[in-house]
Design a protein. Sequence first.
Length: 179
Amino acid sequence: MNIDDLKSDWHQAGHEPLSEKELAMMTRARNHPSLRKLRVKFMIEIAALTALLFLFYDGFDGARKPLAVNILLAISIALYILNNALGYFHIQNPAVSGNVREALAKQTHSLKVLAMFSMLSSVVYAGALLFFLAYQIIFTQHKYIILSGLILSFFILFYYSWIDWQRKIDHFRQLEADF
């Protein structure tokens, strides 16, 4: 193929121009497939945690535990859901600036703040859940093993969550450095 054929193909490509509405839909961050996956994950988490809120009173003997323990669990779940919602809305509506480097710096900073609050809300939720489940339990060796397994599982999940946040932050740092 010579250069004239390439130029001819280039000029003939895309004869049907897109409307302003179609272009706007294509460039919206809300339509990104990653956000769709995140939205599905978020909805599943909300459904599961809401089910836990409705079932913990009867299913996990919440009626036998003090009101303060029940309120602590409910507040920690609400904090976790609120943090996820705020994070999702922040990712869905990124800070737009005329300067790309400045926008990337703002995004990096906001991701650091989101990571901190996300980890904090996860720790509060896990701690409240463990406190709720272990409250008024007479521990045996078998129950200590189960509790140790839960605590170890939470630490592993926190570690991988932290690694994931650092990967995202480093990605934006690298983008900022490339500019």
